[in-house]
Design a protein around this ligand. Structure first.
Ligand code: SF4
Length: 389
């Protein structure tokens, strides 16, 4: 017995508890994943979402993924993005180019960047400190969300430092929050099958996040599912996130998405259906009673299912993602302008609001306009209309 088997309770009783704010068990979550009717789950998740978040508003951010390198020592079977060291297609983006990408982001009224790589074997901690310092000095207002647990773990090993020491040094250099990348499914049985295992065990991922939270850095919690794992593994993942959140309160949001198989080493796995995605989203809202925000993933699900996520417990549609390379390498090819994002949210019955990267407040046009104007020259002619005047 793993401890994550379905409970013997009736679905209706579990939903009643969750809607009333009584905590449900991991076994209950498993029962919901197995037997919950999708529309009942959606209605219950919406009720919880309206209790936890402004019922009139759905949010989004404007930021950019900058994948500073695709060179990676690992070879995760689900990954179509990495190139092994020495591969002619491997790259490392120069600082100046990263600066140009940030200027474009600011010109498009963006507020943050997500820096995430492959795990490059030759880059020392000093490289990361220099990169953060360069960005902080040139663009002090941009939110720096960077370096997921596998990168932190690799640096700790390379430099013979603890996770806390690495994170502390990165924070001093300008790191402002840590992305939840590398979580995939926090259950070691499936990790051993689909990850380059030394990348990070479930315990290591949790420990990096624990140390970050202790150092007062907020992080996101993510989940990539649909790699052939059992439902019990999905439940274990949710349970580990809720446990750590009870301990630290450091997660801002939970962001589940589905495995994209194109160009990966797992081309024969069946696609996760929209039904299965929305079921997981709703159950996550019901189970994670201590994580305030839940993001729907239009990037992997497409705009229509992403929008539908707003009726299944999500209060946020993520980012317009000015640039995304990792899931694009595995076949996800959706793009979104700010205008379209707002249209989708309106059509779902909410008032759209751009938010800060840590969800502390809304962002206004008046706030972003001066930098957008200052860096307008950084936009290529085809992007200028997206800048909104
Ligand atoms: S998922 Fe990350 S760690 Fe794994 S191979 Fe891809 S880039 Fe490397």
């Amino acid at each position: 017995m793993s401890g994550f088997e379905p409970s013997g309770r009736a679905v209706a009783a579990i939903l009643d508890d969750a809607v009333a704010g009584r905590r449900i068990s991991a076994g209950d979550a498993h029962r919901l994943l197995l037997d919950g009717d999708l529309l009942d789950l959606g209605l219950a998740a919406q009720a919880v979402r309206e209790r936890m978040n402004d019922p009139a508003v759905a949010t989004y951010a404007i930021d950019r993924n900058i994948n500073y390198t695709n060179v990676c020592v690992y070879k995760c079977r689900f990954c179509a993005f990495y190139r092994p060291p020495g591969d002619p297609e491997g790259y490392l983006v120069p600082f100046e180019e990263i600066g140009r990408k940030i200027e474009e982001t600011l010109a498009l009224h963006g507020t943050g960047i997500l820096l995430q790589g492959g795990v490059h074997p030759d880059l020392p901690l000093q490289y990361y400190l220099d990169l953060l310092g360069f960005i902080r000095e040139r663009y002090p207002t941009i939110h720096r969300h960077a370096f997921s647990p596998p990168e932190v773990k690799f640096l700790a090993k390379k430099e013979r430092l603890s996770f806390a020491e690495v994170i502390g040094r990165l924070k001093e250099a300008g790191l402002m929050s840590i992305p939840g990348g590398g979580a995939e499914i926090l259950s070691d049985a499936i990790r051993k099958e689909v990850l380059a295992h030394p990348k990070a065990s479930a315990d290591e991922w949790i420990e990096v996040m624990r140390q970050a939270h202790r150092l007062e850095l907020r992080t996101t919690a993510t989940m990539m599912f649909g790699m052939g794992e059992e439902l019990a593994a999905r439940v274990e993942h949710l349970h580990r996130i809720r446990d750590l959140q009870d301990e630290t309160g450091g997660f801002t949001a939970f962001i589940p998405w589905t495995f994209q198989r194109e160009h990966t080493d797992l081309p024969d796995l069946p696609e996760v259906s929209a039904h299965e995605y929305l079921t997981l989203l709703a159950v996550a809202r019901l189970f994670l009673d201590n994580v305030t925000h839940l993001q729907a993933s239009w990037v992997t699900q497409g705009k229509k299912i992403g929008q539908l996520g707003l009726a299944f417990g999500a209060d946020d549609l993520g980012s317009i993602m000015i640039e995304e390379n990792v899931v694009a390498a595995a076949g996800a090819r959706y793009q979104m302008s700010q205008e379209e994002m707002e249209r989708l949210i309106h059509a779902a019955g909410y008032t759209p609001r751009q938010r800060t990267n840590l969800y502390e407040r809304f962002v206004t046009r008046e706030e972003t306009a001066p930098l957008a104007e200052q860096y307008r020259h950084a936009l290529s002619p085809e992007r200028r209309p997206l800048a909104g005047g």
